[in-house]
Design a protein around this ligand. Structure first.
Ligand SMILES: Cc1cc2nc3c(=O)[nH]c(=O)nc-3n(C[C@H](O)[C@H](O)[C@H](O)COP(=O)(O)OP(=O)(O)OC[C@H]3O[C@@H](n4cnc5c(N)ncnc54)[C@H](O)[C@@H]3O)c2cc1C
Length: 383
């Protein structure tokens, strides 16, 4: 093979493929191109860095030079791929340099969704989806006391817990009736809400943030229900949108994510995708465990042994220490219902279909100890 495997992206997905590939083939040329610094870090650590006493710099396990030496791959940081020329097996960089590939792996991640808010403070709202975002957010936090968080999903709740425990006054605003509305039944959402309130988080639910206005060095967030809060800075965490544009403009099929089959292969035989940018056999799963499984399968395929990805059930730990939570979100397109047992210590919610099969669960507080009993009862996501 004369041309390298080109991996675009140096997040967990890009690095997982590189690492798995090296286990199988010590010699195959690999080139990683990354729009960012190219260092390796664990993104989930961003939302509990305050309580774990980490500064952004100390989250990095290795910079691009160190990682390149460790994995014996070439890494080019600050190098954005602007286009893909499929017919010539070439990527085109922003400065028009052309690089040929033998196989191309798209590990492009996702963008934080930005709500179209009015007000002269809307452009100063932070989002955190990578280390650079987090560095900016942490330096803006210095000397501040109040943080408004738009969105009570997984990332919003994790940051709310982390900031509240570190002494910040945290307001969380969400259009839904409860935190983690897409993952938890109401009784579990209420339990989580109470536990986060106990560490100082203030929720404003069932209302949309409409505008963010700047008043001197503060922000005023106004809600659809007529209420408003003031805050020193604002973080938005209302969801992710897979980065599909590069693939789409090269004529590669995209849907919610870059469409790939169980070989992680797009409709173009030499082009693959995984991680937050990918829609694997119809599923967009923006979490670490799917990346681990996908990277292992893809590395085997790239090394010459075509291997379909298998996804076992993959419960997600929510990093809210005020309320330990683990969820295995059910496929709600399958008819079923939640069965909930709740008390002061915790909530056990299991989602079963009409035949009584376990399709998912949410365990909070003391009930998290049931995780190891319940997980083996779940069917694999992709068998
Ligand atoms: C705060 C936070 C906490 C989280 N906590 C958890 C958790 O507890 N458990 C869990 O399972 N998941 C968690 N997640 C989700 C998990 O971190 C992600 O699923 C995972 O990190 C995604 O990795 P990725 O490599 O697909 O994408 P990314 O890490 O976003 O990497 C994308 C890479 O592509 C590069 N790139 C993009 N476009 C181009 C281009 N055109 N040219 C060159 N390079 C490009 C970027 O620079 C970047 O290097 C969390 C996410 C966040 C934001």
């Amino acid at each position: 093979m004369s041309e390298p495997v080109v991996i675009v992206g140096s997040g967990l997905a890009g690095y997982a493929v590189a690492r798995e590939l090296r286990k199988l083939d010590a010699e195959m040329p690999v080139l990683m191109l990354s729009a960012d610094h190219g260092g390796f870090y664990s993104k989930p650590m961003l939302s509990n860095a305050l309580s774990t006493g980490k500064m952004p710099e100390s989250i990095v396990n290795g910079d691009a030079v160190q990682m390149g030496a460790q994995l014996k791959i070439a890494i080019r940081p600050h190098c954005r791929v602007a286009a893909i020329d499929q017919s010539n097996n070439t990527v085109i960089l922003a400065d028009e340099e052309r690089i040929r590939y033998d196989s191309l792996v798209l590990a492009l991640g996702a963008d934080q969704i930005r709500l179209p808010l009015s007000g002269d403070g809307a452009d100063e709202i932070f989002t955190v989806n990578d280390l650079d975002d987090y560095k900016n957010f942490r330096s803006a936090l210095e000397g501040k006391r109040r943080v408004g968080i738009i969105g009570a999903g997984l990332i919003g709740c994790e940051f709310a817990n982390d900031l509240a425990v570190a002494g910040y006054h945290v307001n969380v605003i969400d259009i839904g009736a409860q935190p983690l509305g897409r993952l938890l039944p109401p009784a579990a959402g209420e339990f989580l809400q109470r536990k986060l309130e106990a560490v100082g988080v203030v929720f404003h639910l069932n209302t949309a943030t409409q505008s963010v206005d700047k008043i001197q060095d503060r922000f005023r967030l106004a809600f659809a229900d007529g209420k408003a809060v003031e805050s020193d800075l604002v973080l938005s965490s209302v969801g992710l949108r897979p980065r599909t544009q590069l693939a789409a403009s090269a004529g590669i099929q995209v849907n919610r994510g870059i469409v790939v089959d169980r070989l992680l292969q797009t409709q173009s035989p030499r082009i693959y995708a995984l991680g937050d940018c990918a829609e694997v056999a119809g599923k967009v799963l923006p979490f670490v465990m799917p990346i681990t499984h996908a990277a292992r399968a893809l590395a085997a395929t790239l090394a010459g042994n075509p291997t379909p990805v298998q996804y076992p059930a993959m419960p997600v730990m929510v990093k809210t220490p005020a309320c330990p939570t683990v969820v295995s979100p059910p496929d709600f397109s399958i008819k079923g219902e939640w069965q909930v047992e709740a008390n002061d210590e915790g909530v056990k919610a299991v989602y079963r279909d009409e035949a009584g099969r376990l399709l998912g669960f949410a365990l909070l507080g003391a009930a998290t100890k049931e995780k190891n009993n319940l997980t083996p009862q779940l069917s694999p996501i992709l068998a």
